[in-house]
Design a protein around this ligand. Structure first.
Ligand code: PGA
Length: 243
């Protein structure tokens, strides 16, 4: 059975004090979380070290939101994989649409980052997805195929998570219908050499739609932005009910 991976993406939210407060409220909700699912928190760099200490013994896995392809060097503002693994990071989001849109991330740099993450023993979460305009023009399938083709050159598919995140559904409250997300994720799977890669859905995942999303046969988890910032709401998401 494919692993279910529920990951919070805190983006540029939460100081260390706020992160500690979140954990205090969140960890007690994990007592009965079934062990068929992996719970991940992808947090700002400054939160990593303190969270790594507080997460000892918990089922939560620590994630970062970016990694550079070199192990060190003159790359102002970037972070290297050994800096992440040193503080206990296990997962890293790569190619999120906000990085592609605002920070010039391309399929080529995504590919370099994926390989560097894997070489360091990190599990990358590769994000793909179309804009509203691309969807309206019928380009969803071709766009995602080209993101996968270019992004996955030389990438080990046994150590990988993919997130299908339609850009028009991110932070908008406009969730992609679960059946449509299931269809696109099935298409993504058909292009992989390893059909067991966990593929998440992301985009306005909330406590009131997670059960329906996770009931879809192709969907192996969720990448959750806004609704991962409050302990009760993220707890309801990781403790999704099977319907
Ligand atoms: P959202 O963000 O859940 O706030 O829509 C998802 C994401 O950007 O990963």
């Amino acid at each position: 059975m494919r692993k279910k991976v529920i990951a919070g993406n805190w983006k540029m939210y939460k100081t260390q004090a706020e992160a500690a407060e979140f954990l205090e409220g969140f960890i007690p909700h994990l007592e009965d979380t079934p062990d068929d699912r992996e719970v991940v928190l992808c947090v700002p760099f400054t939160d990593l070290a303190i969270m790594s200490q507080s997460l000892h013994g918990s089922i939560i896995r620590l994630g970062a939101q970016n990694v550079h392809w070199e192990t060190s060097g003159a790359f102002t503002g970037e972070i290297a994989a050994p800096m992440l693994t040193e503080v206990g990071v296990r997962y890293v989001i790569i190619g999120h649409s906000e990085r592609r849109q605002y920070f010039g991330e391309t399929d080529e740099t995504v590919n370099l980052r994926l390989k560097a993450a894997q070489n360091a023993g990190l599990i990358p979460i590769l994000c793909v997805g179309e804009t509203k305009q691309q969807r309206d023009q019928g380009e969803t399938e071709s766009l995602i195929s080209s993101q996968l083709k270019a992004g996955l050159v030389g990438v080990d598919q046994t150590n990988l998570v993919i997130a299908y995140e339609p850009i028009w559904a991110i932070g908008t409250g406009d969730t992609c219908e679960s059946k449509e997300a299931n269809r696109v994720i099935g298409l993504i799977r058909s292009q992989l050499s390893n059909p067991d890669v966990p593929i998440q859905y992301g985009g306005s995942v909330k406590p009131d739609n997670i059960d329906e999303i996770m009931a879809q046969p192709e969907i192996d988890g969720a990448l959750v932005g806004g609704a991962s910032l409050q302990p009760a709401s993220f707890a309801r998401i990781v403790n999704y009910q099977k319907v």
